[in-house]
Design a protein around this ligand. Sequence first.
Ligand code: NAP
Length: 273
Amino acid sequence: MPIALITGCSSGIGRALAEAFKAAGYQVWATARKTEDVAALQAAGFTAVELDVNDSPALERLAGQLEQQGGLDVLINNAGYGAMGPLLDGGVEAMRRQFDTNVFAVVGVTRALFPLLRRSKGLVVNIGSVSGVLVTPFAGAYCASKAAVHALSDALRLELAPFGIKLMEVQPGAIASSFANNASREAEQLIGESSPWWPLRDAIRARANASQGNPTPAADFARDLLKAVSQDNPPRLLRLGNGSRAMPLMAWLLPKGVLDYALKKRFGLRGTL
Ligand code: NAP
């Protein structure tokens, strides 16, 4: 039975992927960082493990457990969140936390599990985002983190190739999940009267909620991702979900000035503050 490990399975994409891979006959190691989520995953029949992706000792323990219990064929680096809000309101601290989880942990988790993937000639799946391609205001830290995931995925794919390990980068569009709830919570921490962007608070809130306007169901996303993983040669890059093709196309085809105009209009940035 092939073994898949998925980070961030408490909700949304991670949970849907766990369900899809289990239904396809994988033994799924579903990780989550809260005890109650781990218990729920266990109750649903997964091999559930508590893991904050920034916790290096926990990662080492997890690698040891996997080693003892059969190895690893597919690693899905899914855990992540959106540090929404004006870039300068969040400052370096918010950006550092965003990069810890969305970027550095992708390298940390993959590094810890590399020996197992090397043995199985396995597959790494990195969840990027369309937001790393079409950058919007009030999501600067998040967009930068996902652009970084895309860049490091390109490097990793090449560096892992000599070991027979494949890497697939996924750029989801809008997918139904708890992402917007969590992103809104992040934004609310920054929204305050002392912010120079206080008059644009509704636009900031709209950006935090943008992914849930007309989202693709997470189960559909998971089904299509599983289909791609099941191919002999999984694609290097997979764009899935609402807007995942149109938005990169806009980013490439529209002159910067036109894109700026549209984004300023959409997010109330045309006037003076
Ligand atoms: P979600 O429902 O909020 O799920 C995010 C998952 O990541 C949760 O399980 C969360 O755990 C976990 N997580 C966050 N920080 C973590 C940490 N430090 N350690 C371990 N787990 C952590 O949102 P989602 O949409 O499914 O997001 C999954 C991935 O898809 C993310 O990388 C996101 O950037 C990406 N993505 C989503 C969309 C979309 O439209 N939904 C679009 C493009 C890309 P907790 O419950 O404990 O917070």
